[in-house]
Design a protein around this ligand. Structure first.
Ligand code: AMP
Length: 221
């Protein structure tokens, strides 16, 4: 039986951090469309060239460009998957449900989880977010690197993600609210939406997530 967890939350809600913690605990594999698209840009692939401009402004990439990326990942033989940043529109939700129909078995379990953080807090957090080319994410106040501006894991220099700049953040939040709310409604109506307060310390949020997953038999140990 496979477990599928679809993570939602605004940019800067701490999704990445929580997904990494949960993925380490469970062995469930992360499927991040943002990460996959950034890989394509780095590879200078045809898809990478198509999406580069969109990503710079924080706008959404066309739904049809994501279906193959997601389906390919879902074919992997693992215990479970955690979706990060997908689906982001009702069209993508429709695509995902048909992908599930094709690749999932009857007893595979699908659940979604929403991390709630206010816009004000998002703006405050993203201005202090720093990332590394290896994928590590830091926050200068809440989760700082040991050495100033250097990654703890690979020791490379940290940088600010282009789309974490203030003007872009406002655009990303607008898009998030416009597109995501109907998707939450869908999962809520299915009785498959867990809501978590994301304005708490990292460890407390992780504990709450694991407790809530255990309470619905999604997490065994
Ligand atoms: P993220 O790393 O999830 O914040 O995504 C960064 C950027 O990648 C977004 O601002 C979009 O331009 C693009 N992107 C990632 N996931 C999606 C998606 N599901 N639909 C459309 N665009 C996406």
């Amino acid at each position: 039986m496979k477990r599928i967890l679809i993570f939602f939350g605004p940019p800067g809600s701490g999704k990445d951090t929580q997904i990494d913690l949960l993925s380490k605990k469970t062995g469930w594999k992360k499927i991040s469309t943002g990460g996959l698209l950034r890989d394509e840009i780095a590879l200078k692939s045809k898809l990478g060239k198509q999406v580069e401009k969109c990503m710079k402004t924080g706008d959404l990439v066309l739904d049809k460009l994501l279906i193959n990326l997601v389906s390919k990942k879902l074919k992997q033989k693992v215990k479970g998957f955690i979706f990060d940043g997908y689906p982001r529109t009702m069209g993508q939700l429709k695509d995902l449900l048909s992908i599930f129909k094709k690749y999932l078995k009857k007893n595979d379990q699908v659940l979604s989880l929403l991390i709630i953080v206010s816009d004000k807090e998002v703006k405050r957090r993203l201005s202090k977010r720093r990332i590394c080319a290896c994928g590590a994410v830091y926050h200068l106040k809440y989760n700082p690197p040991i050495n100033n501006n250097v990654c703890d894991i690979c020791h490379k220099k940290l940088f600010i993600r282009n789309d974490d700049k203030p003007k872009i953040i406002v655009n990303r939040l607008k898009i998030y609210h416009q597109n995501s709310e109907p998707i939450f409604d869908y999962w809520q109506k299915q009785g498959k939406l867990i809501k978590i307060n994301g304005e708490q310390p990292i460890a407390k949020i992780h504990k709450e997530i694991t407790q809530r997953l255990k309470s619905v038999n999604q997490l065994i140990s």
